[in-house]
Ligand binder design. Structure first.
Ligand code: CTP
Ligand code: CA
Length: 227
């Protein structure tokens, strides 16, 4: 039971949510990845399903169990490219996109076909990386007026300033700013302290609460944003 959440608040609505971290292969046994438990995105998916929405959840690497809920359709992906392809495929049928995934910003230029072996005497290994596609930015650029796009901003410093830049540069309707500086919030934690940013509105700082509570409040807020 989710406190105070109306079970028909989002009935008939389609929510597309990404969660977890993407992984970029270096060779068959190694990858570059982002720290992410998947908890926040999964909590949002659970709250949306509880509120009656059809939920499609694209999951990268997560450290918590995958949700078991008939109202949540799950798609597993590994790389940023796979996540992007799945978002592109599912976006047009969605009313709301929530990009909670920790997406890799760079990937190796080449994926070695065989395990990279240490050479005798080798003390260094260079790895050339190339930027990945910004899924949020490219998808939000294509959104219709009846679609609402939400992103996250994970910052270690200058939280509001950096998050505001993301709100503007990514064409998002709403950004959830999240401090990931060394404290008990964010990564892997059940608690989170977030600030909601929207164009033309003052930031709204929510008190520290559980990720499930953040998810519930977010669903209630989003319900007011779509018809
Ligand atoms: N994001 C995305 N595709 C990427 C990188 C990020 O869709 N290639 C999304 C994330 O899912 C998140 C938002 O963009 O919703 C912000 O991610 P964040 O890592 O905080 O910002 P970046 O734009 O990647 O900038 P930086 O990491 O340099 O701070
Ligand atoms: Ca990033």
């Amino acid at each position: 039971i989710i406190n105070g959440l109306d079970r028909s608040l989002l009935s008939g609505k389609h929510l597309l949510i990404t969660a977890g971290g993407t992984r970029e292969a270096i060779d068959p046994v190694r990858f570059i990845g982002n720290r992410s438990s998947g908890k926040m995105g999964i909590a949002i998916a659970e709250a949306a399903a509880y509120a009656g929405a059809h939920v499609e959840l694209i999951l990268g690497q997560i450290t918590v169990p995958q949700p078991v809920n008939k109202q949540i359709k799950i798609y597993r992906v590994e790389s940023t490219e796979e996540m992007q392809a799945m978002v592109t495929k599912l976006f047009s049928a969605s009313n709301i996109l929530i990009m909670a995934a920790a997406v890799a910003d760079f990937r190796p230029v080449q994926i070695a076909g065989q395990k990279i072996k240490k050479q005798p005497g080798q003390e260094e290994l260079g790895l050339q990386l190339v930027k990945t596609t910004d899924i949020l930015k490219t998808t939000a650029a294509k959104k219709r007026s009846d679609q609402f796009v939400v992103g996250f901003a994970a910052e270690t410093d200058s939280l509001l300033q950096n998050a505001n830049k993301k709100l503007e540069s990514k064409n998002a309707d709403l950004i959830i700013a999240n401090s990931v500086a060394g404290n008990d919030s964010a990564f892997g934690s059940d608690l989170d302290q977030v600030t909601i940013l929207q164009l033309g509105a003052s930031p709204i700082k929510w008190p520290k609460m559980t990720k499930k509570e953040v998810a519930t409040k977010l669903i209630q807020l989003l319900a007011t944003k779509i018809k």
